[in-house]
Design a protein around this ligand. Structure first.
Ligand code: NAP
Ligand code: COA
Length: 267
C-alpha cells in the first residue's frame, strides 16, 4: 500500500529541478509530502516549474535562481531554502549540460563547461548543503548517466564528468556516513520527453535504434526516476549509501537487439 505522506515534514532541494527528469523528481517528492525548492539559471522557467509542482501535488514549492558553477550563488539558495522551509534533508544534484560532439571538435572551454556544471556543480550543491542540512537524517542523491561507465561516441566530456560523480558520491558517503548523511547516485536510462533525449536521439530512427538495444525494449518515464528517488530518500532506503542505482530498463546489460541474430545451425 502507498503511504502518500511518507516524506511529510521533509525539505527537498533540487538543482536543475526546473525541467525534465529533475522536475519529475520534484513533483514526485512533493506528491509524497515534501516541501520542495527547485533551482535553475533561468528565473522565469524556475518560477513556472514551482507553479507546475504546486498544481500537480498541491504542496509547497519555491524556486530560486543560481548557476551551480558559482558556489556562492548555490550557498545563497541553500540559505534561502533554510529560511523559508527549514534545513534541507533531501538534496538532489541534477543540473547538467550536454551537447553531442566529437572530442576533436570540443574546445578546452567546451570540455570544462560540462565538467564544471556536472561534476563541480554536484560538489558545490552537496558541499553547500552539508553546511545547513539536517544531521543526522539527510539523503543526498546525484544524477549520473550510463556514459560514466560505458564509452560512447561524442560524449567524452559527459563520460568524464559523470564518472567523476559516481566516485564523488562514494567518497562523500564514506566521509559523511557517521554524521547521518547518506549519499547515492541514480543512473537513469534514456527517458521519454526530455532535453537529454532530444539532444542524443534527435530523430525517430535514432530513438527506435536506442529502444531496440534496451533489455526491456522501451524508454523510461520521468516517474520511474522519481519513484527511485522517493525510495532512496525515504526510511525504506535508510541502510543504502555510496551506491549507484540504475533505473534504465537494463540498458547497461548489453545490446538486446542482438537477440534477433539468427542462431547458427547445428552441424
Ligand atoms: P534538462 O531538462 O535540460 O534539465 C537540466 C536542468 O538543469 C534544467 O533545470 C536547467 O535549467 C538546469 N541547469 C543546466 N545548467 C545549469 C547550471 N549551470 N546551473 C544551474 N542549473 C542548470 O535535462 P534532462 O534531460 O531532464 O536531464 C536531467 C538530468 O538527468 C541530468 O543530470 C542528465 O545528465 C540526467 N540524465 C538524463 C537522461 C535523459 O534521458 N534525459 C538520461 C540519463 C541521465 P536552466 O537551463 O534554467 O539552468
Ligand atoms: N559542440 C562543441 N562545442 C560546444 C557545443 C557543441 N554543440 N555547444 C557549446 N559548445 C562549447 C562552446 O563553443 C563554448 O566553448 P568556446 O568558448 O571554446 O567556444 C563552451 O562550450 C561553452 O558554451 P556556452 O554556450 O558559453 O555555455 P553555457 O554555459 O551558456 O551553456 C551548455 C552550457 C553548452 C552545456 C548548454 O548546452 C546548456 O546550457 N545546456 C543545459 C541543458 C542541457 O544540456 N540539457 C541536457 C542535459 S542531459
Amino acid at each position: 500500500m502507498y503511504q502518500l505522506d511518507i516524506l511529510k515534514g521533509r525539505v527537498a532541494y533540487i538543482s536543475g529541478g526546473t525541467s525534465g527528469i529533475n522536475l519529475g523528481i520534484a513533483k514526485g517528492l512533493s506528491a509524497y509530502g515534501a516541501k520542495v525548492v527547485v533551482i535553475g539559471r533561468n528565473s522565469e522557467k524556475a518560477q513556472a516549474a514551482a507553479e507546475e509542482i504546486r498544481q500537480h501535488a498541491g504542496g509547497e514549492a519555491l524556486a530560486f535562481s543560481a548557476d551551480v558553477r558559482d558556489f556562492g550563488a548555490v550557498m545563497a539558495t541553500i540559505e534561502q531554502t533554510r529560511e523559508h522551509f527549514g534545513p534541507p534533508d533531501i538534496v538532489i544534484a541534477g543540473a547538467a549540460g550536454n551537447f553531442p560532439a566529437p572530442a576533436s571538435n570540443i574546445s578546452a572551454n567546451g570540455f570544462k563547461t560540462v565538467m564544471d556544471i556536472d561534476l563541480q556543480g554536484t560538489f558545490n550543491v552537496f558541499r553547500a548543503a552539508y553546511e545547513h542540512c539536517n544531521k543526522p537524517g539527510s539523503s543526498f542523491i546525484a544524477i549520473t548517466a550510463e556514459q560514466a561507465v560505458k564509452a560512447m561516441p561524442f560524449q567524452s566530456h559527459v563520460g568524464a564528468a559523470k564518472a567523476g560523480i559516481n566516485m564523488l558520491v562514494k567518497d562523500l558517503a564514506l566521509e559523511w556516513g557517521r554524521e547521518g548523511i547518506r549519499v547515492n547516485c541514480i543512473c537513469p536510462g534514456p527517458i521519454n520527453d526530455t532535453e537529454g533525449m532530444r539532444r542524443l536521439a534527435p530523430t525517430p530512427e535514432i530513438e527506435q535504434m536506442m529502444k531496440a538495444r534496451i533489455s526491456l525494449g522501451d524508454l523510461g518515464d520521468k516517474e520511474d526516476i522519481a519513484n527511485a528517488v522517493v525510495y532512496l530518500c525515504s526510511p525504506l532506503g535508510r541502510y543504502i549509501t555510496g551506491t549507484v542505482l540504475d533505473v534504465d530498463g537494463g540498458c547497461q546489460l548489453g545490446d538486446a537487439s542482438m537477440n534477433r541474430v539468427p542462431q547458427m545451425k547445428k552441424a
